[in-house]
Structure formats: C-alpha cells, structure tokens
Write a protein that binds this ligand. Structure first.
Ligand SMILES: Nc1ncnc2c1ncn2[C@@H]1O[C@H](COP(=O)(O)OP(=O)(O)OP(=O)(O)O)[C@@H](O)[C@H]1O
Ligand SMILES: [Mg+2]
Length: 251
C-alpha cells in the first residue's frame, strides 16, 4: 500500500498540498480525480520521488520514498508524468527501451528486448517502432510513453492523465489493460483522470483532491455521487445509471 502521512507541500507562498494523510491500497485500480490545480500531479510527483518531500512521510509497500535510492524505487514503481520532456529525435523503440533501464543498467539482455517488443505490440506500435517521436501523432506518442512505463514491469504504476490524446478505442483499451493488470497480474495502479466516466467504469478506489486537500476517498459508489461530484468540480453533475452501469452526465 502507499501510505501518506501529514504530507504538505509549499511553493513560494502557495500551499500546494495540505496535510494529506491517506492509504492507497495494493491490488486495486485507484483513480485520482479533482479540478485543475487541485494538486493531483504534485501528489503523484511526490510519491514517485520526482519532487523532494518537504513535510510528512510517504511509503510504498515497505519502501520509505525519501530514503530509498531512485534505482531501487524504479524497479518497484513506474511513474508517467503529465509533462514529458524527452528528446524528440528518439525512435519509439528507444524510448520504450528506457523503461528497461532499471532492470539492466545499460546492458540490455534478450529478455529486455523481448519486453520492449511486447510493450510496442501491446500498444499497437510495432509498425512505428523505428519512427522518431516527432514523426508520430500525439496519441501515438502518448502510447509510446505508456509502453515505456509498462515495459518497466513494476508492481506499481502511477500514471498522470494517461488518456490524454487517446481516441475512444485506445482509451478504452488502456483502461481495460490497467484493469487486467490489477486483476490478473497483481499490479497496483494509480491513474489521474479528468473524464469521471472512466473512473466510474474501471476504478475500484477513488481519491478526490480539491485545493490541495483530500475531499473524498473510498469506493466509487461512495465518492461518485451527484452531490459529491458537483461540489468537487463546482459544476452541476448528475450521476445516473444506464443498463446497470454508472453514468456521469456533465453536459
Ligand atoms: N513549479 C510551480 N511553481 C508554482 N506553482 C506551481 C508549480 N507547479 C504547480 N504549481 C501549482 O500547484 C497547484 C497544483 O498543481 P498540480 O499540477 O498538482 O495540479 P493538478 O491537480 O495536477 O491540475 P491539472 O488537472 O490541471 O493537471 C496549482 O495551483 C499549480 O499552479
Ligand atoms: Mg496535473
């Protein structure tokens, strides 16, 4: 489990996160939701050690994030940030290959190449493997970043807005793949999503952030209510059911 205890984060005079204490369970698909600027990316960055922890403690299973070397953490947890600034003159296969680094430290073995091929294939990118990143579409680049993260083959996957740029079919395929990784491979996933319907359809646990604080946490049926979501986003939102499935209406 990921355990956050008394986590605060400040930039200049701005309090970005305030006294976050929570547990994110292992073996579940957790959706992190909340309005723009709520602190979702910052929280993920702190868990993933992309940002130093100022106050409080964060542990992932038995690893204290502040004390664990990055190389050790990278074999246990993969983090895909919201902004990716990787050189565009990189072939997709090379990008996905970065995901294997924590396993081979610069000396790829046959199983690393196999893992890269499998990840490219899983994300529908085999035919684009030799293209440069700046020669593919936005959604294809996003899938390449996701393939890199999957190739890392860690117990935990933390993904910040992985659905960005994906069409409906690839978005659904990603959520199904994440759900399957949780169900069949014992992985644990934390995913930031803006389209709450994806959370309703696929998540088994929800964390809602607003103004740097946790405003709700629990099962989808508890958190994804008309009143709860309307207050979270300051917008009228209706939660209903269609053919036995939760449907969030916001337009
Ligand atoms: N480097 C920075 N300097 C100053 N403020 C920052 C910095 N990075 C983030 N912030 C602020 O921290 C707050 C939380 O940002 P964060 O990126 O975590 O939001 P978010 O919930 O991920 O939003 P979004 O849905 O738009 O991605 C915002 O108010 C943002 O303006
Ligand atoms: Mg963000």
């Amino acid at each position: 489990m990921i355990r956050l205890s008394g986590v605060c984060h400040q930039i200049g005079q701005s309090q970005i996160l305030q006294d976050i204490s929570a547990e994110i369970p292992r073996g579940k698909l957790t959706a992190l939701i909340g309005p723009n600027g709520a602190g979702k990316s910052m929280l993920l960055r702190l868990i993933g050690r992309l940002e130093p922890i100022q106050t409080g403690t964060i542990s992932v299973d038995d690893l204290d994030v502040a004390q664990t070397p990055s190389a050790r953490l990278a074999t246990h947890m993969a983090v895909l940030g919201q902004q990716t600034a990787i050189a565009s003159r990189l072939r997709l296969a090379e990008l996905v290959g970065f995901g294997r680094w924590p396993h081979h430290q610069g000396r790829p073995r046959p199983q690393d190449r196999q893992a890269v091929d499998a990840a490219l294939n899983a994300f529908d990118l085999s035919s684009l493997a030799e293209r440069f990143l700046d020669e593919v579409s936005g959604g294809q680049a996003q899938r390449a970043y996701l393939a890199m993260t999957f190739a890392q083959d860690t117990d935990w996957l933390l993904l910040d807005e992985p659905l960005n740029n994906l069409d409906m079919s690839h978005a659904r395929a990603l959520m199904a793949r994440l759900s399957q990784s949780v169900r069949d491979s014992g992985k644990s996933v934390v995913v930031v999503v803006h389209e709450v319907n994806y959370a309703a359809a696929w998540a088994n646990h929800i964390v809602a952030l607003k103004n740097g604080r946790i405003s709700a946490i629990g099962a989808p049926s508890e958190v994804l209510t008309s009143a709860g979501l309307s207050a979270l986003y300051d917008t009228e939102i209706e939660v209903t059911e269609f053919r036995g499935r939760t449907l969030v209406l916001h337009h």
